[in-house]
Design a protein around this ligand. Structure first.
Ligand code: ADP
Ligand code: MG
Length: 550
């Protein structure tokens, strides 16, 4: 362009740009997020400044962002009416990699470290546009300024700045991306709409889209993030609708948790327990689905914001403190994320406990759908075991209904030293187990554990309130100390000598198929049953293990 001044980028931007195009983000869509978040920042900045500086009167026009797509020319423009940039600011902000994190990145690069591994850790922001651009043209008018300027670069190492033409915005910035040949789909309104919904649906400034040459525009984002509103201002219908769009669900959530954490870290949470079991609940990847936002900008749904045993919880965490560009490693282990996970896990458990107290029917629906997953926490997170035991519900030999451990413990029999359970594949199958006869005859309540996970947590859970968990199929039943409640049918007691002779005979004929043959108080009407040794795996666990080994 005639009369334009050509300058080199201050840091080695060209080197970064080249790396970025090839490796930074696996997902090129994020360039639009970066441009939209800059545009929103510019609006927020002016909104704030105009409150403290009267020369920056903003007038009646509301803050907003327009995306203009032009399929014929293969361009996409992001237009905002925010603070804008002066000539100096264009040079400074877009010609220097100014952010501290990025500067550190450049230094690391010059020490010849592996750039592709490093790059994701640092914000590249605006430069992400070069992932999809042949050229980027930025025309900007600083709020209150008479003149406007145009910045232009192909990302190859230099940029130019020149006075803008008549089409400069009255206030704010227009970033025009001249799309590379392999990126022309970003000039398609539907494609762009999809990207906005995924990556920018909750940016706090309204976003509209229009096609070049058309006066009509369509609102894509209304500019309010639901979770930033106060709980009292959001209706149950709004929560439900948000949950359904977020989770792709058709049913209402069973529990909504909305709060703001303040203190060492500030973040907002809007989380939901779905109203039904999703089909992929038992996928082996056990991935959670919480979305992480940083200051209203979507970052990822891969951050470890909840433990695997709460993977069914859907929702949003919006942090005020995390950096916008988080590397994969940071998402998995980062002190800030760890602290959020801890706080969020505790909060969800408390909310479930409250629901169990205040609305038992709703809670039991949740337990019915997700109890099998929550119980994974009993062995994965020993620190949470007590809290999970508080909300855990069990089917027992008492019959219909769910029972808590506290209830089972309170109803224990005289001399009962353990909490008993039977493992099996279904309630119907275990309820008729001969192993239960001796317990029935003594009125002892036995937990019927039929989820695969049960075989694991009972091994590690140690016990509840000082009482160990003990399988009815395992070892000596130590039932002799507990009195029978019903008189035994079948008449006279067998003579001790006869019993010993019978045991010897059975032992001889079974040989080493069994390790021992014993008399037991375990049975009432059945003559014999198989039991596992006292200090070995339970029979149900053995079955599970041998099956998974196939
Ligand atoms: P960051 O947004 O993290 O500061 P970017 O690379 O995205 O980094 O942007 C660099 C700088 O350019 C911003 O800090 C801002 O000063 C300026 N900038 C970018 N886009 C705009 C815009 N639309 N309006 C005003 N300033 C902008
Ligand atoms: Mg930015």
């Amino acid at each position: 362009a005639g009369g334009a001044e050509t300058r080199p980028f201050a840091a080695d931007v060209a080197q970064i740009l080249k790396l970025m195009v090839h490796s930074v983000y696996s997902d090129r869509d994020v360039f639009l997020r970066e441009l939209l978040s800059n545009a929103a920042d510019a609006c927020e900045k002016l909104r704030h400044l105009s409150l403290i500086d009267d020369t920056l009167a903003v007038g009646a026009e509301p803050f907003g962002i327009v995306i203009e797509v032009d399929g014929d020319n293969g361009t996409l423009a992001v237009i905002d009416n925010g603070i804008g940039m002066s000539r100096e600011e264009l040079t400074e902000n877009l010609g220097t990699i100014a952010r501290s994190g990025t500067r550190a990145f450049v230094e690391a690069l010059s020490k010849k470290e592996d750039g592709s591994a490093l790059i994701g850790q640092f914000g590249v922001g605006f430069y992400a546009a070069f992932m999809v651009a042949k050229e980027v043209v930025v025309t900007s008018r600083r709020a209150g300024a008479a003149e406007a300027w145009t910045w232009r670069s192909d990302g190859a190492g230099t940029f130019t700045v020149e006075p803008a033409g008549d089409d400069a915005p009255a206030r704010g910035t227009r970033v025009t991306v001249v799309l590379a040949d392999d990126a022309r789909d970003y000039a398609d309104a539907f494609r762009v709409e999809e990207v906005v919904r995924t990556h920018a649906a909750h940016i706090p400034v309204p976003i509209a889209i229009r096609t070049a040459g058309s006066a009509e525009s369509r609102t894509l984002v209304d500019g309010t993030a639901l979770w930033t509103r106060s709980r009292s201002s959001v209706t149950p219908e709004e929560y439900a609708e948000f949950f359904k769009t977020l989770a792709g669900e058709t049913t209402d959530p069973a529990l909504t948790v909305h709060y703001r954490a303040e203190g060492r870290q500030d973040y907002s949470v809007l989380a939901f327990v779905p109203g039904r079991t999703p089909f992929d609940l038992f996928n082996p990847d056990r991935k959670g689905r919480m979305k992480l936002y940083v200051r209203r900008v979507f970052i990822t749904d891969e951050a470890a914001l909840l433990p695997g045993w709460l993977r069914f919880v859907r929702g949003v965490v919006d942090s005020e403190d995390l950096p916008l560009n988080l590397s994969r490693e940071m998402l998995q282990s980062n002190p800030l994320i760890d602290a959020i996970r801890k706080g969020l896990t505790g909060r969800i458990l408390t909310e479930l406990e409250k629901l169990a107290e205040n609305d038992a029917a709703s809670f039991l629906k949740i337990w019915d759908a997700f109890g099998a997953v929550i119980k994974e926490g009993l062995y994965e997170e020993p620190d949470r075991r007590d809290a999970i035991f508080k909300i855990a519900r069990f089917r027992t030999t008492r019959g219909e209904g769910w029972r808590t451990l506290a209830e089972i413990l309170a109803d224990k029999k005289e001399n009962q030293t353990a909490l008993y359970y039977v493992l099996g594949e279904s309630e119907a199958a275990v309820a008729t187990s001969p192993h239960l006869e001796g317990y029935r005859a003594r009125g002892i309540e036995v937990m019927l554990l039929t989820d695969p996970v049960d075989a694991f947590w009972v091994q590690t859970a140690l016990g509840y309130e000082g009482k160990p968990f003990r399988s009815v199929t395992q070892g000596s039943a130590d039932l002799d100390q507990i009195p029978l409640t019903a008189p035994q049918e079948g008449g006279e007691e067998a003579k001790a000598g006869d019993v010993a002779a019978l045991v010897a005979l059975v032992k001889q004929s079974l040989g080493d198929k069994v390790s021992d043959v014993r008399t037991s108080a375990r049975l009432a009407t059945s003559p014999v049953c198989l039991v596992a040794p006292e200090f070995g795996p339970d029979r149900q666990l053995e079955k599970l293990l041998s099956r998974s080994g196939e």
